[in-house]
Design a protein around this ligand. Structure first.
Ligand SMILES: [Zn+2]
Length: 290
């Protein structure tokens, strides 16, 4: 949902790095020998073609049309393919691990691009490796995410264009404000977050963002953080109100919002302050009279 620059490494270079140091497997404990070096070399062309199909479909917005059966790895069953190529080649081997670490380090401040809040801890396969093993080390299919988002997403695959999750490398939706919140009037004021589609969005991107927002429970995530923030500033807001009046409270909240919007236009922090600043009931201390 929050954009990332696409990885600099190509799919072919990444596969070469991951496959390069995998050794053949000897027969052991009743398991047959596996000539991985030959098998991986034979599979290379198919994996390269699969990555190209993925990248073309992602650019066109046609990822839901990709069939899992077209993304198998020749010579491997699915679990063996991603266990060897991704598990051994990327997570455990040095050359692949360098790329893994580079992908993980991409988000500024380790902020998860799916929720814009959690700390990056894992690589998510946008199209899951269990059913699309040919994409298990395609860099544009690998997204650094927080643990919560990875657990919520699991092996989700969109079946329609409207349910396609926002892809941080391809979708650029942060040039306009789309996140908003309203203040719930109570002695402990709380905020309710929602997607407010800008006029420039068409129906498809609107439905995609709303679906992404709901799937990752972003209303709950942002609301919880915002309510803590409101609780933290309430004492100071009351003092400012009594000392200088509601206009001063409004100006303070607006200034805080502007500072945060400067770094992130759709961050929950800026939206929180803007919602409070725009709510006359809050600025006039309505929460002290309930
Ligand atoms: Zn997240």
């Amino acid at each position: 949902m929050w954009p990332l620059d696409p990885p600099a490494v190509t799919a072919d270079d990444c596969y070469t790095a991951c496959a390069g140091s995998i050794r053949d497997k000897s027969a052991k404990n009743g398991q047959p020998a596996r000539a991985y070096r030959t098998l991986l070399a034979t599979a290379a062309a198919g994996i390269s073609a699969a990555s190209q199909r993925f990248e073309a479909a992602a650019c066109e917005g046609s990822l839901p049309g990709l069939m899992a059966e077209d993304f198998k790895v020749t010579g491997f069953d699915d679990a063996e393919a991603y266990t060897v190529i991704y598990g051994q080649g990327m997570v455990q081997n040095r050359a692949g691990r360098d790329i893994y670490d580079m992908l993980m380090a991409a988000p500024a401040y380790r902020r998860c691009p799916f929720c814009g809040h959690g700390i990056v801890r894992q690589l998510d396969h946008y199209l899951p490796k269990a059913s699309y093993p040919a994409l298990c080390v395609t860099p544009l299919n690998l997204i650094p995410v927080c643990k919560d988002c990875n657990e919520i997403k699991k092996s989700f695959v969109a079946t329609s264009i409207e349910s396609l999750l926002i892809h941080p490398y391809y979708d650029r939706i942060d040039d306009v404000r789309w996140l908003n919140a309203r203040v719930q009037h109570a002695t402990e004021p709380t905020l309710e977050f929602f997607v407010e589609p800008p006029g420039t969005w068409d129906q498809i991107i609107t439905e995609r963002v709303e679906h992404h927002f709901e799937r990752f429970e972003l209303g709950r995530v942002f609301g919880t953080q915002a309510n803590r923030l409101v609780s933290d500033i309430l004492y100071g807001v009351k003092n400012l109100l009594w000392a200088a009046g509601s206009d001063a409270v409004h100006a303070y909240l607006l200034g805080e919002a502007e500072t945060r919007f400067e770094s992130r236009i759709n961050g929950w922090e800026g939206v929180t302050f803007a919602a409070l600043a725009g709510d006359d009931w809050f600025c006039e201390g309505g929460f002290t009279r309930i």
